[in-house]
Design a protein around this ligand. Sequence first.
Ligand SMILES: [Zn+2]
Length: 503
Amino acid sequence: MPLRLWMYDLAREQAPTLDHLMGLAAVSLDAGYDGIGLYLEHRFAYPGLPWARGTQALTPDTVRRVRSEFPSLQVVPFVNLLSHVEGFLYSQGGQGLREGAGHGMQACPSRPETTAFAQKVLDDTLAVFDSEIVHIGGDETWQLGDCPECRARAEASTEDGKADLFAAHYAPLAQRVVAAGRRPAVWGDMILAHPAAGAAFPKETLIFDWQYFGGVAETAPRLAAHGHEVVACPTLHVYDAAWMHTGPSEENVRRVSRDALDLGLAGVCLTTWEAGLFGAYDTVLPAVAWARTAMDDPDGAPSMLEAYGESAEWARLMGEGLAELGGVFAHDGHRSRLKSRFLLFADPFSLWRHHGAELAGEAGRAAVALCEKAAFFATDEAQRGVTAFVRGAVEFCQLTDRAAVHYAEGRPEKALAALAPLRHLFDTLERVARDTHRRIGGSLADGERCGRARERLEEVMRRVQKYGRGELGYLPAFDVLTHPRWVPYDQACWWLVNRWGCE
Ligand SMILES: [Zn+2]
């Protein structure tokens, strides 16, 4: 039987307790999955890397307890050993691994420290997890050849230098998994980009072909060119949505599953990514369970929304209705600009500067009305929390826009009155984040982000109070006044003009 897996993205700030993981394991087993993948990065307490151990990271003991409670469910570790090691690179002790100086997410494959680091991650993983498959990552190593040493190595190659760099780092690590009597797995994207690299991997290697915007009919055969078996990977479109794009998720799961059956591939692994920024894993679990039925019967499985049962109308509104409003809600495949600009960059006014015209207008009014309706149909706290977040982001823009109008009219006190209710908004969202953390092991960073957003709000309100009557002899434009880098008397905004300084 082909393998049926789904992968839980622990790395993006998730902090599940033993109980949460037991719950996820039970859902996986009930849905008929052979195993649950745990995408770890730095969120696992590797015994060999104590300097990188964050609060509430998954512990070896928890993994063993889940395994003993669910002996028939594979618990497959997904680690990363070159790119997507940002949690290590930006912890004290990991600076020396960086391929780029203070940017990016990749370690330098030319440094012996990186090899030692990768071996430690791998050896700890092999010691704690007992699954046959051990996924060693390998996706999105876009910084290959960036540093002078790697560039020199790549340029010295007579073939594809980046393929050589990738294979020289990864093939011995895959071999290490084989030597431990296990089966290595890698993501396929870099092998698609640098096909020569595929030849270096041991024949036992499983290649995970992740294709989120189409099927795998064209790519999987290319990945199998060196005799490797391929696992096809669709996704739930969460990372690029205010909540989740249900239509594109459903279409992707069906198409990838159909291709996997047609091509006789080794299996299907549903990926789910990035529940930070007010995602809530419990709101997508019905879709995870639905995907399992679609893997076996891509054409006959009922619709994903049906899997939401009494919450189907909520899921339809948040998963389809929002996207139909277009603009910042549309499905464009990009990491959600709404979520990122509202909270990721520690400046919620960035959302207003980029999307204020849209969200303070008709689209925003429609979105608030939709959220009101969705809140009515929501059947639990998780769904209400996600809805409150989306509505809050829109209302933030509406009130900021109102404040901008009053400010322009020379009425700073009215501008302040428009902004004041936003304090309550961030308090509410902070509570939602805390509840999500307690309920399903959600992001601890999200609550902190709300705190930072509130500080920014207070700062902007102080500026309006202090300079809103023309105290500087002129009124700073409202968009620059809301910017974190703004300072009084720098009327020319040299912090803005000299953009190179922001790098
Ligand atoms: Zn390098």
